[in-house]
Write a protein that binds this ligand. Structure first.
Ligand code: HEM
Length: 630
């Protein structure tokens, strides 16, 4: 398609990228762009909405995957490594190192140098003016505190930036200092490492394995992996009280415990139980398997169960529309559906058969990693409330299975070593039921929990640091330090129409006034985290559309680039019993029921364990999902 022909219909921001697009891509971009101008995709009938998302994902796969660092081309025989390794090596048969611990974060768009803009406007000022919580805003019945903890549990599987030994200090500007719990604070810079490669000259290293390999429970290196193993029948260590065990200093023993809290700790414990139950089932079916074999099979199964729950349960509650429900199930099962796939196996391409079970992993020509941009859109600390409302699980349930309220416990009491002590006295069941019945915070302006503004951050081993941090201000600084584009450039980078005035971002008068006060009329200066919180949300979406478009590409990639979700997602690799275990588990509810049946019977009224538990179960809709109209 000739450039002159399409140019008049395309926003000037994209004329340059259009030059590099093929004929087909220009056509596809024109369609996506036209629908964007009409703000239409989420209002289209489900099938058309899915077509739009498919077109967008294909464009992003071509234009939004940028490699950082050198390519490792060391091949290996995948049959010699039919399991997940501790540090993530040996996944892609063409590259030993791809996706392993201490590889570079990639990028979804070119970095935006902000060396001279690190303090502009002042990050502490931005935190105080736009982020600090005034009154708690929640997500209604849509999303609960388990859902908030779940995504933190996933972050602890996927990403953590290596730090430098050099410190930076941020000081609250005098005009705002009285509103800031810390007048100044120190933290370590992100370590900048030369890439020794063409293109992007320096980058940052991920100290967790970016694969969806449940490293939050197994660890991201062999040292940690062996600490959490019992070396009997493949099992992991767990306390007698169904909670994690602790080391002599009171720190929990699990794959990743840094900057965690009781909410993540119970999820880790639940999936240690899941791992151990898989070991029991495999041992009774295949008594000759060794400890090592049982461990590796159970890790594959448990990681896949977690990835599946995230794909077809958690995300469906986060983005609660029919189109997204269909889209996420299509990622796992394909549009042909579960029944078809279980009889005929994977048939067709990614759309019909799904990403899972493809005959080859596909990294779209760019070595798998998670990205800086991905890290930034997952800055979701506002999901957390200020207190956990503890429930009484010893009395009878009230209406809709709701337990009576006992007391509120401050989040500060539930973090770190103190948090583990509190959790031991609360107990697994009470903690889980309480979190299930409490709504999460909303990702909106002025909803960042205040306890995060005076937080004891931790070292990698979970020990507390002497310097408290203002996490809200630190997050604003981090995005700039890591050269993640600011909001408007970020939108352009994601092929989204940029804003030209504050009114394009939000209808909130007070927000617009404050944006003017802090950024003047310069919409290009708007910090990403502020834009993501301020953006008008799509009905049913708990996150911004800008963040969602990063999800489209990265959520697919986590499955599609991984051999264990594609060419090695089969009975041979997982065992017949293990493969059936993954296929028969559909939700977090299923996992809770397996280990604590009385919890779901007595306290869980909602269909999903990620929505507030006293909400009504999903009602039956006789119109098939794919034929629905929003
Ligand atoms: C009580 C619970 C939590 C605590 C104590 C906590 C604490 C922290 C701390 C200290 C950092 C490092 C900041 C830095 O130096 O850059 C961090 C990073 C981060 N947190 Fe949290 N956090 C919590 C919950 C959550 C939740 C619910 C999410 C939701 C997605 C989340 C997502 C992230 C992300 C994406 C990063 C950036 C990681 C990176 O830089 O690689 N956190 N958190």
């Amino acid at each position: 398609m000739s450039l002159c022909l399409v140019k008049p219909f395309i926003h000037p921001s994209f004329h340059e990228v259009l030059k590099h697009m093929s004929f087909g891509d220009r056509l596809s971009f024109l369609a996506v762009h036209t629908i964007d101008k009409l703000n239409l995709w989420h209002r289209l009938p489900v099938l058309l909405g899915l077509l739009y998302l498919q077109a967008r994902r294909t464009l992003h796969e071509k234009y939004n995957l940028i490699m950082v660092g050198e390519r490792d081309n060391t091949p290996f025989n995948p049959d010699q490594y039919p399991y997940r390794t501790s540090n993530g090596e040996y996944n892609n048969p063409e590259s030993v190192k791809e996706g392993s611990q201490l590889t570079f974060f990639g990028r979804n768009m070119p970095p935006m140098d902000q060396k001279d803009e690190l303090m502009s406007p002042d990050p502490v000022m931005v935190a105080a003016k736009f982020l600090a919580r005034r009154t708690f805003k929640d997500t209604g019945k849509q999303f609960n505190v388990i859902a908030a903890s779940w995504i933190q549990f996933m972050i602890h599987d996927w990403i953590d930036h290596l730090e430098d030994t050099q410190q930076v200090e941020l000081v609250a500007p005098p005009e705002i200092a009285s509103e800031c719990p810390l007048k100044s604070f120190k933290f370590f810079k992100t370590k900048e490492v030369p890439t020794n490669a063409q293109g992007i000259k320096s980058g940052h290293l991920n100290i967790r394995t970016p694969w969806w390999d449940a490293s939050a429970i197994y660890g991201s290196d062999s040292n940690k992996s062996s600490k959490v193993r019992s070396f009997v029948d493949g099992k992991l260590k767990i306390g007698d009280n169904n909670l994690l065990r602790h080391m002599h200093n009171g720190i929990a023993l699990s794959g990743d415990i840094r900057n965690s809290w009781a909410g993540v700790s119970v999820l880790q414990a639940l999936f240690v139980k899941e791992h151990n139950a898989v070991c029991d089932a495999l041992k009774s079916e295949y008594p000759k398997l060794t400890d090592d074999e049982l461990y590796h099979y159970a890790r594959l199964v448990t990681s896949a169960v977690i990835a599946k729950i995230h794909t077809i349960d958690w995300t469906v509650e986060l983005l609660k529309t029919d189109t997204m429900n269909a889209g996420m199930h299509a990622n796992w099962y394909g549009l042909l559906g579960k029944r078809f796939k279980s009889i005929f196996g994977h048939v067709g391409g990614t759309a019909l058969g799904g990403l899972v079970g493809l005959d080859k992993p596909n990294n779209h020509g760019v070595p798998y990693s998670l990205t800086e941009d991905f890290t930034s859109v997952y800055r979701m600390h506002s999901l957390l409330p200020d207190t956990l409302t503890l429930r009484n699980i010893n009395a009878n349930p009230g209406p809709n299975k709701s337990p009576a309220i006992l007391e509120d416990i401050k989040m500060e009491e539930l973090i770190g070593i103190k948090g583990e002590e509190s959790l031991a006295s609360i107990g697994f069941e009470r903690q889980l039921v309480s979190m299930g019945h409490q709504a999460s915070g909303a990702l909106e302006l002025w909803n960042y929990p205040l306890f995060f503004r005076d937080l004891v951050a931790q070292n990698v081993d979970g020990t507390p640091r002497p310097d408290h941090v203002d996490l809200a201000a630190l997050e604003v600084y981090r995005d700039r330090e890591r050269n993640v584009p600011r909001y408007n450039q970020f939108r352009r980078g994601m092929l989204m129409i940029p804003i030209s005035k504050w009114e394009d971002l939000t209808d909130d008068k007070e927000a617009i006034e404050t944006l003017r006060e802090v950024y003047g009329d310069d919409v290009e200066k708007l910090d990403l985290i502020v834009g993501l919180m301020a953006e008008k949300k799509i009905k049913g979406f708990a996150i911004s559309e800008t963040a969602f478009f990063i999800f489209i590409i990265m959520a697919s990639r986590r499955l599609e680039a991984d051999r264990f979700f594609t060419s090695y997602f089969n009975e041979k690799t997982y065992t017949k019993k293990g493969f059936a275990w993954v296929n028969n588990t559909e939700s977090l509810r299923d996992v809770i029921t397996r280990h604590f049946p009385e919890i779901t019977t007595k306290w869980l009224n909602s269909t999903s364990a990620f929505s507030v538990w006293d909400s009504p179960p999903n009602s039956f809709n006789f119109i098939p999902l794919l034929l629905r109209i929003p």
